[in-house]
Design a protein around this ligand. Structure first.
Ligand code: HEC
Length: 246
């Protein structure tokens, strides 16, 4: 058992080190699930820039509308771009078979993506596309090398190239380590605005993966508030009762 724990500890310690080796230090997404405006913007980005290929099959439009404080009219004009019913789930119009033909791999459902990859991963992934003439899509990605996904946010982010440093092994062989990005053409957004848009999209994906998180937080705060008030009353009552006994 102890041996097993040692191996487990070593494996956990070496995981971030491995990630470092590949030059893919993840950036902090710094999302905030209680920021409704950010979630609303994220939802809008999601339907405009992601749902052309990806679905969120476990998420219903009317649930999103309710959680994000949208009226039925806002929901329809903001998010339900392809029409349909408010009770429909967020399914992409792209047929899976075609998607597979075009990209070689169907774009995965993103309902639970934040749960499986983590928000820092998604946030960094969306920032890390770079021009690569050798790739079929014209881009590659530092976080997910050779991803079949094109750079769908290029209009907002602009294009960038990746600078790699060549590192020599003791045996003379070499490998490349990611160093930094250099902007090639500007996008519609400044880098700061793009980070914010990326954070909003990531926030929305996190919400989809755990829609009750918003509610649990609210409930938690209410319960704590109730306990504080209750404690105050209990304390005053105790004082009152003991006063008489003395
Ligand atoms: C033009 C089609 C297309 C669009 C639009 C698109 N994607 Fe993708 N996406 C793909 C494909 C294809 C893959 C599969 C990549 C692979 O496995 O190599 C993918 C993979 C991903 C992954 C990684 C999934 C995993 O865990 O392996 C994430 C995260 C993702 N997309 C997020 C997004 C977000 C967020 C948007 C909107 C801003 C978006 N995608 C828009 C085609 C697209």
């Amino acid at each position: 058992m102890r041996k097993f724990l040692c191996v487990l500890a070593l494996a956990l310690i070496s995981l971030p080190a491995l990630a470092q080796d590949e030059g893919m230090t993840l950036q902090h997404a710094n999302i905030n699930l209680s920021n409704t405006a950010s979630l609303q913007r994220g939802a809008k980005f999601f339907v405009n820039y992601c749902m052309g290929c990806h679905s969120a099959r476990y998420v219903r439009y009317n649930r999103v509308g309710k959680d994000l404080g949208l009226t039925d009219v806002q929901l329809e004009s903001y998010l339900m771009l392809a029409g349909g019913k408010a009770s429909d789930t967020m399914v992409s119009a792209m047929p899976q078979a075609d998607a597979k033909k075009w990209f070689g791999i169907p774009p995965p459902d993103l309902s639970l993506e934040a749960e499986s990859r983590g928000t820092d991963w998604i946030y960094t992934y969306l920032q890390s596309f770079y021009l690569d003439p050798k790739s079929a899509t014209g881009v590659n990605n530092v976080v997910f090398p050779h991803t079949a996904m094109p750079q769908v946010l290029w209009e907002l982010q602009g294009t960038q190239k990746a600078i790699f440093t060549t590192v020599k092994n003791p045996d003379g062989s070499t490998y490349e380590v990611f160093n930094r990005f250099e902007q090639v053409t500007p996008g519609k957004l400044t880098p700061e605005q793009f980070d914010k848009a990326d954070r909003d999209i990531t926030n929305f994906l996190a919400y989809m993966g755990d829609p009750i998180a918003i509610k649990s937080r609210d409930l938690g705060l209410k319960v704590i508030g109730f306990l504080i008030v209750f404690f105050l009353f209990a304390y005053l009552l105790k004082r009152e009762i003991w006063k008489k006994i003395h």
